[in-house]
Design a protein around this ligand. Structure first.
Ligand SMILES: [Ca+2]
Ligand SMILES: [Ca+2]
Ligand SMILES: [Ca+2]
Length: 808
C-alpha cells in the first residue's frame, strides 16, 4: 500500500501514511471475519440497479469517462462498464462521505475485467479513496489477466488523523501524466461488479439537540427552548393558539466540537414548524410540515418562509389555508383539513408571482398574510424589498410602496382583481392585518435604508427607524394611504434583548380569550447557546397588545417574562409528552400512528435524546383538591434502569412519585407510578434518571389519574340558642338525608350526644344547657356514620349558632 503522488507538476499532494494491505488476486484474503455489527457501506455494489449511486470520478477537471450498465456481469445480471476514459483516474466512483470513519479498518472486495484486443496481457487496477483536494490513497490493488474476472480482496485502515469529511472511493489504472501516449495501455475500457466495503456502520449524524435551558423556568419567552422558529403567525381555533413558524432549525448544524453552527441559510428552509397552546405557556410541538421541495405538499415550490394562516367555510366545509413565501420571488398556499393538516395543494403553480396584476413593481412577492373579514371576503397582504428606481430617492426611502393588498377568491387559493398599493412608511416586508372594533390594523417591518431605498435619506417626522414594526389603521381593508400611518408599535428587539439579537422582525397579532397578543421573533435561544455571537437562528416570542381609548396601540415592550398563563393546565386526560413549558437537553421527532390527543390524522411526536439529568416541565397544573393518585407515561425504553421522577414546583423539588421504566427495551409500553401529596396547582417537573452515556427512553404521552374523592353522607344540621328559666341553651339538630339509617354525634362546647340508628329522613336532636345566663357565638360539629355502597363512611358537617344573653 502506498500514498501515490499524482501529477506533481499540476498539484500539491498532502502526504499521509501509507495504510492497509494490498493483495493480488488469488492470494488468500487476510480480512477479519465480518462482525455482526459491521455492514456494507456500498450501495448497489452488484450493479443490479444499473449504475445508480455511481458516477465517474471527477476529482480533476481533466477526468472523464462514460459509465453505463452492462449485462456482462460477474454475478447477477448487471455490471458497470466504463468507456472513453480521459485519464487513468477516470473510473466508477461512489461517495462514502459520512460513512467511513478515521481509525477504522474495512474489508474491500470487487470484481474487475478488461478485454481490449490491443491491451496488455495483464494490467494492475486500484481501488482508491479521494479525501478531497489532492489527497488520494490507494486502498487495494489487483493484477488482472486480460479477458478474465479478477478479484480485489483486501483490507484498508484509515489513519486516525485522516479528515474523512470527504471520502469518495473509485476504481482506476496506475497513474501516468501522459496516458494518451498509449491509450491501449493506460485508458482501456473495463467492467466492474460486486463491489463491497464492509466495516463499522456509519456513525450517527452529529447531535442537533439544544443542551442549554433555552427557556428559563418561570419565564414565558422564548416560547420553546428545544428548537428555533421565526416569522410566527398566531392563529386561534377551538380554544387553542396555533403558531406557524419558518423552520429555522432545518439548517442548524452545531459543530460536534465547538457546538457552534454555521449561520442560518434561508435557502435550505422548506418546512414550516407548528406549535400550539391552550394557555400560552405550555406549548405542544407538532413538528414540521414538509411544504416545499421535491417531497413537499407543493413540490413546485422550493422554500417555505413566513407563514400566514386562515380558515373559511368553503362549499359548506371548514377548510384551513396556509400561505407561505416561496423564497423572495413568489407566494403560495396549501390547504388543510384542520390546523394540524393533513395538507394538500389545490394549486399546481404559485398563487402570487410576476403575473399577479398590480404586483409588477414589487421586488419581493413574499410574506403573504391572509385576513378573512366578518362578511367572508378574504384578503391577502404581501410584498417587500427594494423600492422601484422610478421614484425619487426620498420617496423610495420614506414611501417605498413595496407592500400590496389583493382580494382572495371564494376558494381562498386564487386572487381576484388587481393588487393595490399599501403606502407603508419606510416599509421593508412582513405586512399583517387584524380587525378590532370595526377598524383594520396593518403592521409591517421597516427597512434599514441603503441603496435599495434611495441611499442616505432623511426620514419624515414620526416615520419608523430601521428594523421596527410600524402600523396603519384604516376603515377599509383595501385602502391604505400614507395618512393611515399610526406609529411604531414595536421597536427593534435588540433594544430589549441586547447584543446579538438585532436584525429585521416579522410579527402577527391575534385575539385569544378577549385579549390581543403580539408575536415576534428574536434570536434569544441562539444567544443562550452561543452568547452575543449569534448565527441568525430566531425564536418565537409573544407579548400582550394593549390599546389606547382612541384605538391606537400602546408600544410593546419585549420581555423574557412574556405573557401570563391564561388558564391552568388540565392533567386529567391523555396529553402529548411533547407539551412543555420548559425543558432541558431533549429533542423531538415524528413517530407514526397519529396523536392520542389530537386525533389519528394529526401528527404525533415523541420526546427523545433523553439522558440522565434531562427534564421537561409543565407550568401551573391544576390537580384539584382531591389531587392526583397516579401518572402514566407511554414510553419506549432504550436502556434498562431508566426512571422518571415527578417533582413539584422546582427541578430539584421533592420527588412525589417515580415511574420505573422497566418495560421491554425497544417496545412502546405504558408505565405507571403512584403519586403522593399531589393536589392543588403546581408546576410539574419530570426529571429523567438512569445510566449515563445512553439515551434512556422515548416519551409519547402522559396521563394523570385523579384520586377518588371520599363519598359523603347527605346530612344537614342547624344550631340555635334560646333561653329557658334565665339560662342559655344551645340546641343542635341534624337530619339524615341518606337512604339507610346512620349514627349521628352532636358535639358542642357544652356537651356531646350520640343518637344511633337515625332512620332516613329522621332527626337527631339535643338541647345542651350552658348553665350560664349568656352564650357566645359558636360552632357545633355533627358527625354521621353510615354505609355507602357497602363501605363505612363518616361525614362531618358543622353548624354555627349566634350569641345569646338571657339575663335581661
Ligand atoms: Ca452484478
Ligand atoms: Ca439529551
Ligand atoms: Ca406524542
Amino acid at each position: 500500500m502506498r500514498q501515490r503522488v499524482r501529477g506533481a507538476a499540476r498539484r500539491r499532494v498532502t502526504a499521509i501514511a501509507a495504510v492497509g494491505v494490498m493483495l493480488a488476486a488469488g492470494l488468500a484474503a487476510a480480512s477479519a471475519p465480518a462482525q455482526a455489527a459491521e455492514e456494507n457501506l456500498i450501495v448497489n455494489g452488484g450493479f443490479e440497479a444499473g449504475v445508480a449511486n455511481w458516477f465517474v470520478n471527477n476529482g480533476n477537471s481533466t477526468d472523464g469517462a462514460t459509465l453505463s450498465a452492462t449485462s456482462d456481469a460477474y454475478a447477477g445480471s448487471g455490471a458497470a462498464l466504463v468507456t472513453g476514459r480521459a485519464t487513468t483516474g477516470s473510473g466508477p466512483m461512489q461517495d462514502l462521505s459520512g460513512k467511513v470513519q478515521a481509525g477504522q479498518t474495512y474489508a474491500l472486495t470487487a470484481r474487475i475485467k478488461y478485454e481490449n484486443a490491443a491491451g496488455p496481457a495483464t494490467k494492475q487496477f486500484f481501488a482508491t479513496m479521494h479525501y478531497g483536494g489532492s489527497t488520494y490513497t490507494n486502498l487495494v490493488s489487483v493484477t488482472a489477466t486480460k479477458g478474465q474476472w479478477a478479484q480485489f480482496n483486501g483490507t484498508f485502515t484509515i489513519p486516525a488523523s485522516q479528515n474523512v469529511s470527504t471520502a469518495r472511493i473509485f476504481f482506476e489504472t496506475p497513474w501516468t501524466s501522459t496516458p494518451s501516449s498509449d491509450p491501449a495501455l493506460h485508458l482501456m475500457d473495463f467492467t466492474l461488479d460486486d463491489v463491497s466495503v464492509i466495516g463499522a456502520p456509519p456513525p450517527p449524524p452529529p447531535s442537533r439537540t439544544i443542551e442549554v435551558v433555552g427557556k428559563l423556568p418561570g419565564e414565558h419567552n422564548p416560547l420553546i427552548g428545544h428548537k428555533f422558529g421565526a416569522d410566527g403567525f398566531g392563529f386561534v381555533h377551538g380554544g387553542r393558539v396555533y403558531l406557524y413558524l419558518t423552520n429555522d432549525t432545518q439548517g442548524y448544524a452545531p459543530d460536534p466540537v465547538t457546538g457552534i453552527s454555521p449561520s442560518i441559510n434561508y435557502g435550505n428552509i422548506n418546512q414550516i414548524t407548528l406549535i400550539s397552546s391552550e394557555d400560552l405557556v405550555n406549548w405542544t410541538d407538532h413538528g414540521e410540515i414538509q411544504v416545499a421541495g421535491p417531497n413537499g405538499v407543493a413540490p413546485f415550490t422550493g422554500n417555505s418562509w413566513a407563514p400566514g394562516m386562515a380558515k373559511k367555510m368553503v362549499n359548506g366545509k371548514e377548510k384551513f389555508f396556509l400561505y407561505y413565501a416561496n423564497g423572495g420571488g413568489s407566494s403560495n398556499v396549501i390547504t388543510g383539513e384542520s390546523p394540524l393538516g393533513p395538507w394538500t395543494s389545490e394549486r399546481t403553480s404559485t398563487l402570487i408571482n410576476g403575473s399577479t396584476p398590480g404586483a409588477e413593481d414589487v421586488a419581493w412577492k413574499f410574506d403573504p398574510a391572509p385576513l378573512v373579514d366578518d362578511d367572508g371576503q378574504a384578503y391577502l397582504y404581501f410584498g417587500g424589498g427594494p423600492a422601484s428606481t422610478s421614484m425619487p430617492a426620498a420617496e423610495r426611502f420614506n414611501n417605498p410602496k413595496n407592500i400590496r393588498a389583493i382580494r382572495l377568491g371564494d376558494d381562498m387559493v386564487s386572487t381576484q382583481g388587481s393588487a393595490v398599493v399599501v403606502d407603508t412608511p419606510v416599509s421593508f416586508e412582513a405586512a399583517q392585518v387584524f380587525k378590532r372594533q370595526g377598524k383594520y390594523y396593518l403592521s409591517y417591518s421597516s427597512h434599514f435604508g441603503g441603496a435599495d431605498f434611495g441611499g442616505n435619506q432623511t426620514p419624515l417626522p414620526g416615520y419608523p427607524g430601521g428594523g421596527q414594526i410600524g402600523y396603519l389603521i384604516s376603515d377599509d381593508p383595501m385602502s391604505w394611504p400614507k395618512e393611515t400611518y399610526a406609529g411604531v408599535l414595536f421597536p427593534n428587539q435588540s433594544q430589549f434583548f441586547g447584543a446579538g439579537t438585532g436584525g429585521n422582525n416579522h410579527q402577527s397579532v391575534f385575539e385569544f380569550g378577549g385579549r390581543y397578543y403580539f408575536t415576534y421573533h428574536a434570536p434569544t435561544l441562539n444567544k443562550r447557546i452561543n452568547g452575543n455571537t449569534t448565527q441568525g437562528y430566531r425564536s418565537p416570542h409573544i407579548q400582550e397588545l394593549t390599546f389606547n381609548p382612541d384605538g391606537t396601540i400602546q408600544q410593546v415592550v419585549g420581555t423574557y417574562a412574556g405573557v401570563d398563563q391564561v388558564r391552568d393546565f388540565d392533567p386529567y386526560r391523555v396529553f402529548e409528552a411533547e407539551t412543555f413549558g420548559w425543558s432541558k437537553g431533549i429533542a423531538t421527532a415524528k413517530v407514526d400512528g397519529g396523536s392520542a390527543q389530537f386525533g389519528t390524522s394529526a401528527p404525533n411526536l415523541a420526546v427523545r435524546d433523553i439522558d440522565n439529568g434531562d427534564w421537561t416541565a409543565l407550568s401551573s397544573v391544576d390537580f384539584g383538591t382531591a389531587g392526583a393518585a397516579s401518572v402514566t407515561a407511554k414510553v419506549r425504553a432504550l436502556a434498562a434502569g431508566g426512571r422518571i421522577q415527578v417533582r413539584l414546583d422546582d427541578v430539584a423539588g421533592p420527588v412525589v412519585g417515580t415511574v420505573e421504566v422497566d418495560s421491554p427495551v425497544g417496545e412502546w409500553a405504558e408505565v405507571t407510578a403512584a403519586l403522593q401529596g399531589v393536589s392543588g396547582v403546581h408546576d410539574v417537573y419530570f426529571t429523567y434518571a438512569g445510566p449515563t452515556g445512553t439515551d434512556l427512553f422515548e416519551l409519547d404521552s402522559w396521563k394523570f389519574a385523579a384520586a377518588t374523592a371520599q363519598p359523603e353522607l347527605p346530612v344537614t344540621a342547624s344550631a340555635q340558642t334560646r333561653c329557658v328559666g334565665g339560662r342559655a341553651y344551645v340546641a343542635v339538630q341534624a337530619t339524615n338525608g341518606h337512604t339507610t339509617p346512620v349514627d349521628i354525634t352532636l358535639e358542642t362546647a357544652y356537651g356531646t350526644r350520640t343518637v344511633t340508628n337515625v332512620a332516613p329522613g329522621a332527626n337527631a336532636y339535643q338541647s345542651f344547657t350552658t348553665r350560664a345566663t349568656s352564650v357566645a357565638a359558636g360552632t357545633a360539629t355533627i358527625r354521621a356514620t353510615g354505609t355507602i355502597d357497602g363501605t363505612t363512611v363518616t361525614t362531618e358537617v358543622t353548624a354555627n349558632h349566634s350569641a345569646q344573653s338571657c339575663g335581661g
